[in-house]
Ligand binder design. Structure first.
Ligand code: 1CP
Length: 348
């Protein structure tokens, strides 16, 4: 395959086998970096940081300055959509997001699709600033949460272990529940289109909790909504690269790749490399899947696995990434070693 792109990330996404894999890391901006903690303290709380274009731009650029990733990901959060829809949201120190839960169809009248851009305007400004401030060889990624994953927080009111409330609604009143999913689909299309108009070159859809559904429900609440988002974006931007991340879905990743229309797919840490090379990477470019805990460990264990992943996956289009986000305990110098290894083939 030959393309006209100069950027490594866009070349891989267009189906090219590149001289080395482009790399970026999920949650590459965040608490493992002292400069992030300083900017976050300056912003006040987490939402204020997300809605402050200058500071959100700054934290997006921080990992690039240190490590020169091939892509920058907009600094924001998947829960800005419920916030913009009018569902009260807070981030508690040491606990994560907390929302006033929506538990049934009668609660849906509290959501308002009409005014989301009023709340989200600062995010578009962050994207626009980044599109001129990132290095010329770097690709700008916008993102949103997938409807299922965003809905888990809207219904449970926080992170969950068993998803009892959302599943009870989904199984007990699928028609009412589909109204919630439809609202998130529409908001997400509008949100991502604005990011693209502001300068995002690629978008990634994070479906962190897709793996908790049985396959018939996976089809209804993951495949269908993701496909509608991809179609909604492509109606306006036929060539827009879209990366899907259906985490924890095992063999269901095959139907995800065949049916949603995504350009590329991100593999979680548990996906077997050989299997993915034969059954997924033969269809579309893949991204992934280093265990984020190897980045905490560092040293030989990390380096050996990085080399193994690159060797196994580089005979077809491949983007190096983690299988899930960087965790706060990660020593920054281990990210430096990873960057050198991918770039130069050695850590020195
Ligand atoms: O500073 C802090 O204390 C807040 C920690 C934090 C950060 C750095 C949160 C709260 N969100 C973010 C940024 C973020 N979130 C990005 C920024 C860009 C980057 O990657 O550098 C992205 C892409 C996300 C996406 C996100 N938020 C997901 C999907 C990806 C994933 O990691 O699974 C999810 C599930 C969230 C919800 C969320 N926001 C924050 C937390 C702690 C959580 C997870 C809560 C839980 O475990 O249920």
């Amino acid at each position: 395959v030959t393309t006209t792109h100069a950027k490594l990330m866009l070349r891989a996404l267009s189906g090219e086998i590149t001289e080395r894999p482009p790399f970026w890391l999920m949650r590459q901006a965040g608490r493992y970096l002292p400069e992030y903690r300083a900017t976050r303290a300056e912003a006040g709380n987490f939402l204020d940081l997300c809605y402050n274009p200058k500071l959100a731009e700054e934290v997006t650029l921080q990992p690039l300055r240190r490590y020169g990733m091939d892509a920058a990901i907009l600094f924001a959060d998947i829960l800005l959509i419920p916030d913009a829809l009018g569902q009260p949201l807070d981030y508690l120190e040491g606990e994560g997001p907390v929302l006033d839960p929506i538990r049934s169809a009668k609660d849906l009248s509290a959501l308002n699709l009409e005014n989301i851009h009023t709340t989200l305007e600062p995010v578009y400004e962050t994207v626009s600033r980044l599109s001129s401030s990132i290095p010329s060889e770097c690709t700008l990624i916008g993102f949103a949460g997938a409807p299922w994953t965003v809905a888990t927080y809207m219904v449970e009111g926080r992170g969950s272990k068993d998803y009892v409330n959302i599943k009870k609604w989904m199984y007990g009143d699928p028609v009412g529940f589909s109204t919630l999913i439809d609202i998130i689909v529409d908001a997400t299309i509008a949100y991502l289109l604005k990011q693209v108009e502001a300068g995002a070159e690629v978008v990634q859809i994070f479906d962190t909790w897709a793996g908790v559904l049985p396959d018939n429900e996976f089809r209804k609440w993951v495949l269908g909504p993701t496909k509608r988002i991809v179609e909604g974006l492509r109606r306006h931007h036929p060539d827009l690269p879209v990366i899907g991340f259906p985490k924890g879905v095992g063999g269901n990743i095959i139907s995800f790749v065949e049916e949603t229309g995504v350009t590329a797919v991100s593999l979680d840490t548990g996906t077997p490399l050989d299997w993915a090379a034969r059954n997924v990477q033969t269809k579309i470019p893949v991204q992934g899947n280093l265990d984020p805990i190897l980045l905490v460990q560092g040293g030989e264990a990390m380096e050996n696995r990085i080399i193994e992943i690159i060797n196994r996956m580089s005979t077809a289009p491949f983007i190096f990434n983690l299988g899930h986000g960087i965790i706060p305990q990660t020593p920054p110098e281990h990210v430096g070693a990873l960057s050198k290894l991918i770039r130069n083939g050695s850590t020195s």
